[in-house]
Design a binder for this molecule. Structure first.
Ligand SMILES: Cc1ncc(COP(=O)(O)O)c(C=O)c1O
Length: 934
């Protein structure tokens, strides 16, 4: 993706806004220092470069409170007066304050004008200084049509509203148009609230072609044709799409009472009559941010920890006395600090809420989390998404229900079905055989499964579709499209989107529409809109009201659900601990299911079944705090994580030595062209901008999460595991997962540019070592290296598809769809006498593959990597699975007994398959689509 190069004044290169701004200030600082040094030695050179650097910085600064108009004016004046030393000092001060964030704590800094020694002037009332310095700081955007000459006065008036008792402090940023307001909320992550004066103009004073094209194409907004009366609400709607967490206020001279009750204004937190008390607005702004800041459970836990409490409970480490005083384990107390133990508690201690049946602060914390992620309900889970997934299966599926599931989904899904008795109908992701990994499941495959079930008269048993979004390697589904098309076939289908890795995406306007909750909201909006019914009626005229599953046209068009019948029933599980500031195992189930009332008691049971009766209060508190952070700074943090990822991608691709041995796979390598209808190739492709990325995000079947970076190391002669170990043991660099010839790096909200620099240095070190070894080792070494690379990159085992369940585990062995009763097979394996073992390498396996009897797996066999089950209980084992396992060079294979071999269910122990009812043999021959395509 084109980042904003230093030297470009284009304002709407948003993807790298925060880093680009800092880069510009750093560049100006360097130029100013050079100019000052020249001036000291009597030269007049250097001024032109500073002028040019200022011209780069200045347009951006309209959208930030600091340094603000007065400091910028002062800087401009110093430069104009040829005051090189003064300018250099001021630039250094501003860029230092921006870098450290100190301007947020130095009251008056933003409004300070020139000062001879560039120290911070002490101008505010004493009550706002001193101990007040650490009040949380944010910025509020005021969108007003007041002439720019009046802005300083308005800002001054707003600052005068501050009171000593305000819990937070904010600085105003004032802009004058709809477009400028949008640029402001995109560029400035410190903005937490927006006050819109009705009647503002639309166009920006700046040249922003990308923004206009984006609004036009993706929000169907022609900025030149918004009616003046509509500008305020239009702006509010657009801001909510970009940053839904912001509090919006509208000041209008229209009938405020009417507007406040208008559903079209639902996204506005308060509507004010324009001449009303400014203080009211000020208090509302603070109250809105305080709402997000408040962490009911964490706040309560802190309070609890500070109380003098004597415990006569089964909590021996609470209060920490037995630890701190111990001769032997006091180091644990010193390491973790006393607060950990002071906050150790139980729901039954009193004063704190119960996670199993919350009625107080945990309930509140869950409600806040639900609001933050756009769900109706959120459940906290303290044993990871492994448990969240099982809870959903437990709550919404019953024995005999069918679930369409990606065969590569996390093992918790497979185990969830063992527990609930739901029968998996596995669907396959497209393979990326060259890198020994799978992509995601094509929509065509999912539709085909649904239509086959329909053709066989079993659609009523289909309860849920489960997919992993995004996948381990970063494939992001077009969640909305998948749900829409599935609902066109079965209107009451439930979706479970496993977003274990993708929780952060909620805070990226780019990625949010592809999250489960983002897509659910879009579906509801579409259904309520004027075009939905017409679109369905047009489809009905073309294809009939009841879709015929053997009609090949169903695959050639985007199916539209009947808006009157479809239900939005979406569940998302999310390992908060994987992408936000949450302690390990903190996870949530987010629910946006309009038929949730069918599952309320089942969900309560699911919590009782799966949650510990002693959940860890610290994990719950960290879920609460993670939500607070993301609602207040998630937008900026996620933008930075994406920037860092793009930086890393670019650095590897552009480095002359590193790029000889390593490469990062782009979207074009990770997503086959047929799933990229927008034509998007990669973030680094010349000409890519955030608008081309937005187009791909909106249209393509799969989109690559930029923060998940597959680095190919086979070309450097390392298999994934060896490379991972090398980085960990020699460089203290930890990375995510591995494949045969690649490793997965992940950038998250915790990474900095220094981390990127470290990784690049490590890759350069390793590359140099390879170069040295190749040049010292001569021809023999080069041949050995080439052979190693060929082996890793070309001799890759093909990935086995799911075969089928043994007929004895199928309700209808003759059916085209391959769902099976995995639960019965799972428990069959408990009877050792009914099982046998055969070593993987034994010729007996080959003999049975060739001549029978069939090999039927007794358990899950899950090699790490790739981490998905090669075999599941009751599955008939075929030659490709054996071939794959024999080629695997990994040490960790869960479910495979290295000493005894594969555990198999004896055929004598499998019940005879039920007698299949008389069937339509035409249907049996081939799955519906193949029949249609034939
Ligand atoms: C797709 C997916 N879902 C669920 C999980 C389980 O999450 P947790 O580690 O929070 O239990 C994982 C773990 O790696 C995963 O990759």
């Amino acid at each position: 993706m084109t980042s904003q190069p230093v030297g470009s004044t284009q304002l709407d290169h948003f993807f790298s806004a925060s880093a680009a701004r800092m880069d510009r200030w750093r560049a100006m600082s360097a130029e100013a220092q050079t100019w000052a040094a020249q001036a000291r030695s009597g030269s007049r050179a250097g001024r032109a470069e500073v002028d040019a650097a200022l011209a780069e910085v200045a347009p951006l600064e309209d959208f930030f409170a600091y340094p603000g108009a007065r400091l910028m004016k002062s800087l401009t004046e110093r430069i104009a007066a040829d005051d090189a030393l003064g300018a250099a000092r001021l630039v250094a001060r501003v860029s230092g304050a921006l870098l450290s964030g100190s301007y947020r704590h130095e009251n008056g800094e933003a409004e300070s004008a020139d000062s001879a020694n560039d120290t911070v002037p002490d101008r505010l009332p004493p009550s706002l200084n001193g101990g007040e310095a650490r009040r949380p700081y944010f910025e509020t955007l005021f969108v007003s049509s007041a002439p720019s000459a009046n802005r300083a006065k308005i800002a001054h008036e707003i600052r005068r509203l501050r009171r000593a008792e305000d819990a937070m402090i904010y600085e105003p940023v004032i802009v004058g148009s709809l477009e400028d307001a949008l640029i402001g909320v995109i560029l400035n992550g410190k903005i937490e609230a927006v006050v819109i004066y009705d009647g503002i103009p639309v166009p920006s004073q700046h040249d922003v072609p990308l923004l206009r094209s984006f609004l036009n194409t993706y929000h169907q907004l022609d900025t030149s044709s918004v009616a003046p009366r509509e500008v305020g609400l239009t702006l509010a709607r657009l801001i909510k799409r970009l940053r839904p967490e912001l509090d919006l206020y509208l000041l209008t001279d229209r009938q405020v009472e009417k507007l406040a009750g208008d559903p079209a204004a639902a996204m506005i937190r308060r509507v004010f009559y324009e001449v009303e008390e400014l203080m009211e607005i000020h208090l509302n702004i603070l109250e809105g941010v305080r709402e997000r800041f408040a962490t009911p459970h964490f706040d309560n836990l802190k309070q609890y920890a500070s109380r003098p409490i004597g415990t006569f409970h089964a909590l021996p480490i609470a209060r920490g006395k037995s630890i701190m005083k111990s001769n032997w384990i006091h180091d644990m107390g010193e390491f973790y600090g006393l607060n950990l133990f002071l906050a150790e508690t139980s729901a039954t201690s009193g004063g704190l809420d119960s996670m199993l049946e919350p009625t107080g602060n945990i309930k509140l914390a869950q409600e806040k989390f639900a609001r933050a992620v756009g769900a109706d309900h959120v459940f906290f889970v303290t044993n990871g998404t492994s448990t969240s997934n099982k809870m959903v299966y437990q709550a919404v599926t019953r024995p005999g229900d069918i679930v369409i599931a990606d065969r590569n989904c996390h093992k918790s899904h497979h185990y969830g079905m063992v527990l609930s008795g739901a029968q998996p109908l596995y669907v396959e992701a497209f393979p990326l055989t060259d890198y020994s990994m799978y992509g995601a499941v094509p929509l065509r495959t999912i539709k085909r499964a649904l239509l086959d079930l329909k053709a066989e008269g079993r659609l009523d048993r289909l309860k849920m579709v489960t997919l992993t979004n995004c996948t381990f390697d970063g494939h992001v589904y077009n969640t909305r499209r998948v749900m829409e098309e599935c609902l066109a076939i079965k209107p009451d289908l439930i979706f479970l989107w496993d977003e274990a890795w993708f929780g952060f995406a909620r805070w990226s306007p780019m990625l949010r529409p592809r999250t489960a909750m983002g897509a659910a909201a879009a579906l509801e909006e579409w259904r309520a809109g004027p075009e939905a019914l017409g679109a369905w009626q047009a489809q009905a005229a073309e294809l009939g009201e009841d879709l015929d599953p053997t009609d090949a046209r169903l695959f050639k068009r985007r199916l539209v659900p009947d808006p009157r019948r479809m239900r939005v029933r979406v569940y998302e599980t999310n390992s908060v601990h994987k992408s936000m500031s949450c302690l390990r195992q903190g996870s949530i189930v987010a629910v946006r299911d309009e038929d949730y009332n069918h599952h309320v008691s089942a969900f309560r049971e699911a919590v009782f079944i799966h949650a510990s009766t002693s959940p860890n209060a610290q994990i719950i508190a960290s879920l609460d705090v993670a939500r607070r952070q993301m609602e207040l700074e998630g937008y900026e943090l996620v933008m930075r994580a994406i920037e860092n990822a793009l930086r890393l991608r670019r650095a590897v691709a552009e480095h002359p030595i590193i790029s000889r041995y390593f490469k990062v796979l782009g979207a074009d390598s990770m997503v086959p062209a047929e799933y990229r209808s927008s034509g998007f190739q990669d973030f680094l492709t010349p000409g890519s901008t955030w608008v081309t990325a937005a187009k791909a995000m909106q249209e393509d079947e799969f989109f690559l999460d930029p923060t998940r970076i597959t680095l190919v190391c086979g070309t450097a002669g390392y298999d994934g595991t060896a490379f991972k170990n090398l980085l960990a043991s020699r460089y203290n660099v930890q990375l995510n997962k591995t494949s045969r010839n690649s490793v997965l790096l992940q950038s998250n909200i915790n990474n900095t540019r220094s981390d990127v620099a470290l990784l690049i240095k490590v890759l350069l070190d390793v590359s140099r070592e390879i170069e040295a070894a190749l040049s010292e080792g001569g021809e023999a070494e080069r041949a050995a290296f080439a052979a190693r690379v060929k082996n890793l990159m070309e001799d890759v085992p093909s990935l086995p598809n799911f075969s089928r369940f043994h007929d004895g585990y199928r309700d209808d062995p003759g059916s085209v769809t391959l769902e099976g009763d995995m639960r019965t097979a799972f428990f069959a394996a408990y009877e050792e006498a009914d099982c046998e073992y055969i070593p993987l390498m034994s010729p007996k396996i080959d003999e049975r593959l060739a001549n029978g009897p069939q090999l039927v797996s007794a358990n899950f066999v899950i090699p790490y990597p790739p981490g998905f089950p090669i075999m599941v209980p009751g599955q008939v084992i075929e030659a490709d699975a054996i071939g794959f396992m024999r080629k695997l060079d990994v040490k960790e294979i869960h479910g495979y007994n290295g000493t005894r071999g594969l555990k198999l269910i004896k055929l004598s122990a499998i019940a005879k398959p039920p007698q299949a009812p008389p069937r339509n043999t035409a249907l049996k021959e081939k799955p519906a689509v193949e029949r249609m395509e034939a």
